[in-house]
Design a protein around this ligand. Structure first.
Ligand code: 48F
Length: 258
């Protein structure tokens, strides 16, 4: 075989075209590829729901890679550790109900498991807006992250989906767009309540409780849940993130009868 550079280019374009064009109309778009999103993507895809993740950065995994203050270790509790064990992460029992894992192993295995389950992850793409039809979310508006970073004036394109999940973490970017353009969120004030200061125990419980449909067909998962509902942050403990990802997947799977 002789290697032809143009063939290499053609293969990249053809495969990308195939995969992107089959993702233009899908069941669920997840915005952000952090830990909660990756768990949600895996469960949804396993349940036969067509799931597409758009991640702004080159690497999905969000805030998990850096553990706590860049010490590459994460902590989970009893309830959360199952999600790590299921994807083959080595979890150490530290006693007293605390468990630890290597943050690099955890992030990479959550990504690999979501892809193996059938979720499609597009990296380096940013969701900048949503599509709303008849009072419900109908898809997202995306652009290359590089266009965004360079500040180029390039119009975005649109992907249609039955449901959108905001997994953008502290910034809850998708919900912020809906707040700005429409308002009327399913929160006490109808607006984003804003995250409060660190309180790990309460925050961990509330992340799961606050995993809600915040606007018709728009769900939140992970840290975005507490940011939207005015609950505290929790620091480098990840059980709540993983369980919120599972919860949002269960909500959609149930709704779809899957
Ligand atoms: O913040 P992030 O890790 O989400 P999470 O699942 O987890 C939070 C924890 O990492 C941590 C914590 C732990 O207890 O509090 O903060 O809630 O990941 C969010 C991902 O979304 C991407 C961003 O690059 C990151 O990888 N993202 C943010 N905005 C957009 C986006 C956007 N508009 N379009 C695409 N991706």
């Amino acid at each position: 075989m002789t290697l032809d550079e143009v063939e290499v280019t053609r293969m990249i374009l053809n495969r990308f075209y195939r995969e992107f064009s089959s993702s233009l109309e899908t069941d669920v778009v997840i915005v952000g590829g952090g830990p909660s999103a990756l768990v949600a993507a895996r469960h949804l895809a396993k349940g036969g729901i067509r799931t597409v993740v758009f991640e702004r950065k080159l690497s999905p995994g969000g805030g998990m890679w850096g553990g706590g203050m860049n010490f590459p270790v994460i902590v989970v509790q009893e309830e959360g550790r199952e999600e790590l064990i299921e994807v083959g992460v080595d979890v150490s029992d530290e006693g007293g109900g605390y468990y630890t894992a290597d943050s690099v192993e955890a992030a990479s295995k959550l990504i690999a498991a979501a892809v193996s389950a059938g979720a499609r992850i597009f990296n380096a793409m940013t969701v900048e807006d949503v599509v709303i039809r008849e009072g419900r979310i109908d898809g997202v508006v995306i652009n290359w992250s590089a266009v965004d970073v360079a500040g180029l004036h390039v119009d975005p394109v649109m992907v249609r989906s039955k449901y959108v999940i905001d997994g953008t973490g502290h910034d809850c970017e998708v919900v912020r767009v809906v707040e700005r353009k429409v308002g009327n969120l399913n929160t006490p004030s109808g607006k984003v309540e804003g995250e409060s200061s660190m309180w790990s125990e309460l925050a961990e419980k509330l992340t799961v409780e606050n995993t809600i449909e915040v606007y018709p067909h728009l769900y939140v998962t992970g840290m975005a849940c507490n940011a939207v509902m005015g609950a505290p942050r929790m620091g480098p403990i990840f059980g709540g993130m993983l369980l919120s990802g599972r919860r949002v997947a269960e909500m959609i799977l149930e709704r779809e009868g899957a």
